[in-house]
Design a protein around this ligand. Structure first.
Ligand code: GLP
Length: 247
């Protein structure tokens, strides 16, 4: 098996294509009378995708009323009302612009007292919803998907992880001071991601070219967690010319 690589003229075109796929999935599920279950990502990469989804909702009447969402990850120690948290990010850039039902969006709890228990419950909630229909991913320069830093096993599940220093530096711009970036996070595991029926990874810009090449071409290994995506039967990498190492 291999990932399918699609290169677009720019990130807007890539994002519009993925938004159209999500729109088609939601309409299909709405017609069937059952919820579409979306796995969502944060970071700067999915922002044009989320803008495109909001446009589909506003301008083409795409309803998210029956959609259920699960985010990949959350920083440890941050409550959802903190602007740096991924819950806040999602509310700001996507959720508050749509007609989602209260309680239909899920983000791992960064402040749970019983963190292992909360991680097991998160996996169970995904199963109870019927499993992820479509998972959106970005990719970190360490090869992480979600916050599955190297090494992350193929069998890994939702858990607490230690963040790589490269990742902490890359994400520092979202925080007031670099030292404010948490050292830990809660993330869906590699196995959780691989169980999604469809995986759509977006990567934009030349800073991602080297890791995209490794992720799509190297033998799958815990040392570069994104390589595990090659084992997925329906995984597409959506790239702009900068992220396409072939150029
Ligand atoms: C964070 C997120 C990842 C994301 C990555 C890339 O670490 N946990 O899910 O893919 O950053 O971020 P960006 O899209 O800003 O390059």
């Amino acid at each position: 098996m291999a990932v399918l690589v699609q290169v677009y003229p720019d990130k807007q075109a890539a994002s519009a294509a993925v938004a159209a796929k999500i729109g088609a999935l939601i309409r299909r599920r709405n017609a069937e009378g059952r919820p579409a279950v979306l796995g969502l990502a944060t970071g700067s990469t999915p922002l044009p995708l989320y803008a495109a989804l909001v446009r589909l909702h506003r301008e083409e009447g795409l309803s998210f009323r029956e959609v259920v969402t699960f985010n990949l990850d959350e920083y440890e120690g941050l409550t959802g009302d903190r602007p740096e948290s991924y819950r806040y990010f999602m509310e700001e850039h996507l959720f508050r612009h749509l007609d989602l039902r209260a309680g239909s969006t899920h983000v791992p709890d960064g402040i749970a007292d019983d963190q292992p228990g909360a991680c097991v419950a998160y996996e169970q909630a995904i199963r109870d919803a019927g499993g992820l229909d479509l998972q959106i991913l970005g990719i970190g320069r360490t090869g992480h998907i979600g916050f599955n830093e190297p090494p992350s096993a193929r069998e890994s599940r939702t858990r607490r992880v230690q963040l790589d220093e490269v990742t902490r530096r890359d994400n520092a711009s979202f925080f007031t001071r670099p030292e404010d970036v948490p050292h830990g996070a809660i993330t869906m595991g590699v196995a959780t991601i691989l169980e999604a029926r469809q995986v759509e990874l977006l990567a934009f810009g030349s800073s991602k070219a080297a890791i995209v090449r490794r992720a799509s071409g190297e033998v799958p290994t815990s040392a570069c967690p994104a390589t595990w995506l090659q084992l997925h039967p329906d995984c597409t990498f959506h790239l702009d010319p900068g992220a396409n190492a072939a150029l």
